[in-house]
Design a binder for this molecule. Structure first.
Ligand code: ZN
Ligand code: ZN
Length: 738
């Protein structure tokens, strides 16, 4: 019977049409093809190939293949379908994010250079003759015979190269060929080889568990819960070697590009015999570099892929091991549609391809931890630092007392932190000062007593809206007026909290006039290479104090850092987000982990106006189990993830009323036949009320079943036309709550 292909046409209309396959074309699912569409030519992706009865055979023929081979592996095609059904994102859009633009488009291609290669081996006397009569030709022949491989003509350098090559070609010494040149993102880097380290007992156990899983037919996801400095990367490296020996390929995900070079460095140094087989995928690559790396992966030339979240779509055939480092990081969540979570996709992909997934973290997310409790995942723990060092001593400073001492002035640096910094600098040691500016939340806190005003129904801080002087709960919509006195201590000093890294830098420079201070945040790192250069200077001890946001909280390993100061732990703690406690615990644990990684003992000083808050106390005592136990309790009580799934619906527009009205309409329709157990919040202004000249309104839905939530939401969204100037977006398993 003849064959037909179902083709998803490129573009927003989500059209799927069947086309007959001409005999001379080999079409497989995942192939990119050109097809006739009405009276023009279009491109699309083949979803399925099936036999059709001769009688139905009045289909149009597809025209040609864009690429000779499928761009999407069968497993990735299944993953794309999973994303569509789970998040409700149209398949065409999903496929667009799986195949990068530089691969889909026909503008980028392999880089071809004319290269010279020896056509016959010169004898001693040939060379001697050439050396006498034609110096340049002799030079070129010598270079080519030393290299014993083709050399691009542009790289031969020197004068009169092209005429010399021409003569040599005519004489039959040299052949000119087309050579594909790789655009290597690390072309200018060198990697000093390293040998495997001896694993300690805990690392050995972790390695054994992963190795056993690599040999298993149906592996279960593994949570590698190892404290900061416990040597997780060494376990990853050795597990990767084992996977390669078994003939399998490996994907390593890191949460942020800034961490990629460090990981790439360690892998290239360890796999110095195989550096050609390591590919890098992240958004900082040029189109050409991405094109080359992607095709090296698909051709099976690169067997280790390191990248940020989108590397979960690397076209690796037969992956055996996928490692998600720092699995708790919100950076794994994609902010634009499809709003997937790369860690969750790693688990799905491993399930589809029967491969091992390792989720590594010192502070696992509650979602992942809960899955170990439900026995869906296995867990291995590493409770010791690999080099036997002890965790830093952590002190908590009560800023309410500092506020009294300094009579209402903003106390930014406590006396204890100031004298500790002075001591460390004198001893030639280094200091990291951390300020989480992302928690810019307009929550109200009373400086004298530390009290924060929360919603009674949702246990999250109310958000201050300046426009109408109201406090709003952005989970349920509860509203209240702004109190003039603190409800707890009746002090009128209550106000919204916060200062940024810029102000902190000014103060630090005043307090420590002779110290060398550098600041790292999204403002200072806008310039290319600032991050890399600053970290290099810090490593070279040219900087005494490094001040920064969460950018410096994780993964960095500086043995000379003996003090970490956290300026205002309350900033992240009282963000209007049910995950605020978890984020604070994670941030404090991660940032504390930067201290005392070398031979010298480390110290951490946390400044807060709520010193008894559980997140701070558990972080201070490095007590993950204690923290999770109490946090899971709260989550269950108020029905937050991991006990429910959560969807955020956002409407934004430059017309305030139209955005609000659209969301109210959607709210009414969502409420009409709300599935059982789904909690629907009221539409409210987003905490970020206005952004990019657009007014933002949002509502939250929660329910035990993600698909029920997603289907109901997408059904209503499809059935409800919205005004042209209002943009409505849905985010399932949202992390950024506005
Ligand atoms: Zn509430
Ligand atoms: Zn008070």
């Amino acid at each position: 019977m003849p064959l037909a292909a179902s083709v998803l046409i490129d573009g927003p209309s989500e059209l799927v049409f069947d086309y007959a396959i001409p005999d001379h074309l080999k079409i497989l699912p995942g192939c990119r093809v050109r097809i006739p569409l009405r009276n023009r030519e279009a491109t699309g992706t083949v979803l399925r190939v099936q036999e059709v009865a001769q009688t139905e055979f009045d289909l149009r023929y597809l025209t040609s293949l864009v690429d000779p081979e499928p761009l999407i592996t069968p497993a990735l095609l299944k993953l794309a379908e999973w994303i569509t059904s789970y998040y409700g994102t149209p398949l065409e859009q999903v496929i667009r994010s799986i195949i990068p633009a530089s691969i889909r488009g026909e503008k980028t291609s392999a880089k071809i250079r004319k290269a010279a290669i020896l056509a016959k081996t010169p004898t001693e006397s040939d060379l001697a003759q050439l050396a006498k009569r034609a110096k340049r030709q002799h030079q070129i022949i010598t270079l080519l015979s030393i290299a014993a491989k083709p050399i691009p003509i542009t790289e031969l350098g020197g004068a009169s190269t092209s005429s010399s090559i021409k003569t040599l070609t005519e004489k039959g010494w040299v052949k000119v060929i087309n050579l594909e040149v790789r655009r290597d993102p690390d072309a200018n880097e060198t990697f000093l080889p390293t040998d495997p380290l001896t694993l300690n007992e805990e690392q050995g156990e972790a390695y054994k568990t992963i190795s056993k899983s690599l040999h298993s037919e149906n592996p279960k996801p593994i949570l590698l819960h190892g404290i900061t400095g416990s040597g997780k990367t060494e376990v990853y490296l050795q597990a990767t070697r084992t996977a390669l020996k078994l003939g399998k390929n490996v994907i390593i995900l890191v949460p942020e590009i800034s961490l990629a070079p460090q990981t790439v460095q360690r892998f290239k140094a360890r796999f110095h015999d195989l550096t050609d087989q390591i590919a890098i995928l992240h958004s900082n690559l040029s189109q050409g570099e991405r094109f080359d790396e992607w095709h090296r992966i698909r051709a099976g030339k690169a067997r280790i892929v390191i990248g940020a979240r989108s590397a979960i779509f690397a076209p690796v055939k037969d992956p055996g091991l996928i490692i998600v480092d720092e699995e708790h990081e919100p950076a794994y969540k994609q902010e634009n549609p499809p709003k997937y979570h790369a860690r969750d996709l790693a688990v799905v992909r491993c399930n589809l391809e029967k491969c091992t997934v390792v989720l590594g973290s010192a502070t696992p997310s509650l979602e992942t931890f809960q899955n170990t409790q439900l026995k869906k995942y296995q867990m291995v723990k590493m409770n010791e630092r690999a080099d036997g060092a002890s965790l830093p001593l952590t002190r908590v400073v009560d800023m309410r007392i500092e506020a009294k001492k300094h009579k209402g002035r903003d106390a930014i640096i406590s006396d204890i932190l100031r004298s500790s910094v002075e001591k460390r600098i004198e001893a030639n040691e280094q200091v990291i000062i951390f300020l989480n500016r992302r928690g810019f939340a307009r929550s109200l806190q009373c400086p004298p007593c530390g009290h924060v005003i929360e919603c009674n129904h949702c246990a999250i801080p109310l958000t201050y809206h300046r426009g109408d002087e109201r406090l709003v709960c952005h989970v349920c919509g509860f509203q209240s007026i702004v109190p003039r006195l603190c409800p707890n201590c009746q002090d009128p000093a209550i106000r919204f909290q916060g200062y940024g890294t810029e102000k902190a830098e000014t103060i630090l420079r005043k307090v420590f006039p002779s110290a060398k201070i550098a600041r790292l945040d999204t403002d200072t790192t806008r310039r290319k290479n600032t991050l890399r250069d600053t970290l290099r200077d810090f490593r070279a001890k040219k900087i005494n104090i490094l001040l920064g946001t969460q950018m410096i909280a994780k993964g960095l390993d500086f043995p000379n850092v003996t003090l970490v100061g956290v300026l205002n732990a309350d900033l992240s703690l009282y963000a209007p987000d049910f995950r605020a406690g978890e984020r604070t615990f994670q941030l404090l644990t991660q940032v504390a982990g930067r201290s005392g990684r070398g031979k010298m003992a480390g110290e951490v000083i946390i400044q807060t106006s709520t010193p008894h808050s559980p997140s701070i106390q558990f972080a201070r005592h490095h007590d993950f189990d204690g923290f999770v136990a109490q946090e899971l309790n709260i989550r269950q009580q108020f029905q937050y993830p991991p006990f429910t799934h959560l969807a955020l619906l956002l409407a934004r527009s430059s017309h305030e009323r139209r955005a609000e009205f659209t969301l109210q309409t959607l709210h009414r329709k969502l409420a009409e036949d709300l599935p059982d157990n789904v909690i629907l919040g009221d539409p409210i202004p987003s905490p970020l009320t206005k952004s990019h000249s657009q007014f933002r309104f949002q509502l939250l839905m929660r329910g035990p079943n993600a698909r029920v939530l997603s289907h109901h939401l997408n059904k209503i969204l499809r059935a409800t036309p919205t005004p042209e100037d209002v943009i409505v977006t849905a985010d399932l398993d949202a992390y950024d709550l506005g």
